[in-house]
Design a binder for this molecule. Structure first.
Ligand code: CAA
Length: 389
C-alpha cells in the first residue's frame, strides 16, 4: 500500500505594516473602484526596515517547530523570487534562527511564483523515499515593483511555512500533476535590479495560457474531472486574477461561466490575499489557508491547486482534505498576523520602498521597527546580521 504524503501543518507570517489601496489611490488619483473591484485588492503588506524574506520565513516556521519539534526535519527548502544572496540559501539563516539540527540539507529554489510548488513536489519525493523524515518548505517573498508604475498596486509581502510528511493532518497531495512550461518574458528581475520588470497585460495572457496548458496535461495524465473539485485554489497576484483564470478554465472545458458558481468555487480562497497583496511564492498557499480557515467541513473533499510562476511554469494538481483537519488549523493566529499590522501612510511606505543598504561593506544598522519574533539587525562587512527579538 502506498503511503499518504502531504501538508501536515501550514503557518504564515506577513510584514509589520499595511498600506491601504485607499491611501495609494489618494496619492495617484486612481478611482478606488479599480483597486477594490477591478483587481480585487484592499491593502498590501509592507515589511519594516528590519524585516525581509528570512525574518518572515522564520516567523512563519517557528510555530510549526513549536508544535512538532525538530527531530524529523532533515531538509529545508526555501522558495523565493526576492532572493537576498546569489550564492547562500536564505534557508540557512532560517535554519540557524530556528535552531534546527545540523544533520539537515538546506537549499533555495527559484522559478518566480512557482518555486514553492516545486519545493512541495520535491518534498513529497523525499518523504516517499523515507516516510520517517519531514521536510520544511518555506515560501517567502517581498513583491516590489517600481513606484508609480501599474504594478505598484499589486505588491505585498508574506511567508508560508509547510511541514511535509507522511500521514499528513491537513492535505494529502495526489498524483498526477499537470505541467506546463513556456519561455515568455512577462515578468522578470535581472540580478542588478531591486524591483521586478513586468509586461502587465502579457503576464495575464501568459497566466491564462499556462492554466490551459497545465489543465490539458492534467487530463492527459488521467487526473480528476473538473466536477470532482470542491474548490479551486489559484496563485493570486491580485485576487481578480483567480476569477479570470477560473473563467478561462471553465470556458476551455465547455462549462457555464456563471458568476455565482465561480464565486462558490473560489470565493473563500481570496480573503488573505486581498489584504496582504501579492506574496509571489506564498500566494497560492495563503489562498489554501484562507479556504481551510473559512469553509464548512471539507474533510474528504478534493481541492484543485494551480501554481503559476512567470517566465513561465505552471502546475495543476490536487489534494484531498484529511478528516480532522480543523483541529490542526491556525485560524486565530492567521487572522492575528493580518490584524496586528500597523497602517502606514503613503509617505511612510515610499520611504520603506526606497530604502536600500549601502554596498560599501561598512556597518549599517536598521532601525528597530518589527514586533515579529526575528529581525534583520543590519549588514556588516557585506554580511546580513539577524537576531531573535
Ligand atoms: N472600477 C472598477 N473596475 C475598474 C475601474 C473602476 N473605476 N477602472 C479599471 N477597472 C478594471 C479594468 O477594467 C480591469 O479589469 P479587467 O482586467 O477585468 O478588464 C482592471 O480594473 C485593471 O485595469 P487595467 O488593466 O487598466 O490596470 P493596469 O493597466 O493598471 O494593470 C495589472 C493592472 C496588469 C494587473 C498591473 O497592476 C500589473 O502589471 N501588475 C503586476 C503583474 C501581475 O500581477 N500580473 C498577473 C499575472 S503574472 C503572475 O501571476 C505572476 C506574478 O505573481 C507577478
Amino acid at each position: 500500500m502506498s503511503v499518504s504524503i502531504g501538508i501536515h501543518d501550514l503557518s504564515f507570517a506577513t510584514g509589520e505594516f499595511v498600506l491601504s489601496h485607499a491611501a495609494l489611490a489618494e496619492h495617484n488619483g486612481t478611482d478606488l473602484g479599480k483597486y477594490h473591484v477591478g483587481i480585487g485588492q484592499q491593502s498590501m503588506s509592507v515589511p519594516a526596515a528590519d524585516e525581509d524574506i528570512v525574518t518572515m520565513g522564520a516567523a512563519a516556521a517557528a510555530p510549526i517547530i513549536a508544535r512538532h519539534g525538530k527531530s524529523q526535519i532533515r531538509t529545508v527548502v526555501f522558495a523565493t523570487e526576492s532572493s537576498i544572496d546569489q550564492a547562500k540559501a536564505a534557508g540557512v539563516y532560517v535554519h540557524s534562527l530556528l535552531g534546527l539540527q545540523s544533520a539537515c540539507r538546506v537549499v533555495e529554489l527559484k522559478q518566480a511564483c512557482y518555486g514553492a510548488t516545486a519545493a512541495l513536489q520535491f518534498a513529497l519525493g523525499l518523504v516517499r523515499r523515507d516516510p520517517t523524515q519531514q521536510v520544511l518548505v518555506v515560501a517567502s517573498d517581498v513583491s516590489k515593483y517600481e513606484l508609480d508604475s501599474p504594478g505598484e498596486a499589486t505588491q505585498g509581502a508574506a511567508a508560508v511555512a509547510m511541514l511535509v510528511g507522511a500521514d499528513p493532518a491537513l492535505l494529502r497531495i495526489e498524483e498526477p500533476s499537470g505541467l506546463f512550461t513556456a519561455d515568455v518574458m512577462d515578468f522578470w528581475r535581472p540580478n542588478y535590479r531591486e524591483a521586478a520588470l513586468v509586461d502587465g497585460q502579457e503576464s495575464i495572457t501568459a497566466y491564462l495560457q499556462a492554466v490551459e496548458g497545465a489543465w490539458k496535461d492534467y487530463t492527459e495524465q488521467n487526473g480528476r474531472p473538473l466536477e470532482e473539485f470542491a474548490a479551486f485554489v489559484y496563485h493570486q497576484p491580485f485576487t481578480k486574477m483567480a476569477y479570470k483564470a477560473h473563467r478561462h478554465l471553465l470556458n476551455f472545458c465547455g462549462h457555464d461561466t456563471d458568476a455565482d458558481a465561480i464565486g462558490r468555487a473560489l470565493g473563500q480562497t481570496t480573503a488573505y490575499n486581498a489584504v496582504i497583496g501579492n506574496s509571489y511564492t506564498a500566494s497560492v498557499y495563503l489562498a489554501l489557508a484562507a479556504l481551510l480557515d473559512q469553509a464548512d467541513d471539507l474533510a474528504g473533499r478534493a481541492l484543485a491547486l494551480l501554481s503559476y510562476g512567470s517566465g513561465s511554469v505552471a502546475e495543476f494538481f490536487s489534494g484531498t482534505v484529511v478528516a480532522g483537519y480543523r483541529e490542526q488549523l491556525r485560524t486565530e493566529a492567521n487572522r492575528a498576523a493580518i490584524t496586528r499590522r500597523t497602517p502606514v501612510d503613503y509617505a511612510g511606505y515610499r520611504a520603506l520602498h526606497e530604502r536600500a543598504f549601502p554596498s560599501d561593506g561598512g556597518d549599517h544598522y536598521t532601525p528597530a521597527q518589527t514586533t515579529g519574533p526575528f529581525r534583520l539587525a543590519g549588514i556588516s562587512g557585506h554580511k546580513r546580521v539577524y537576531e531573535a527579538r
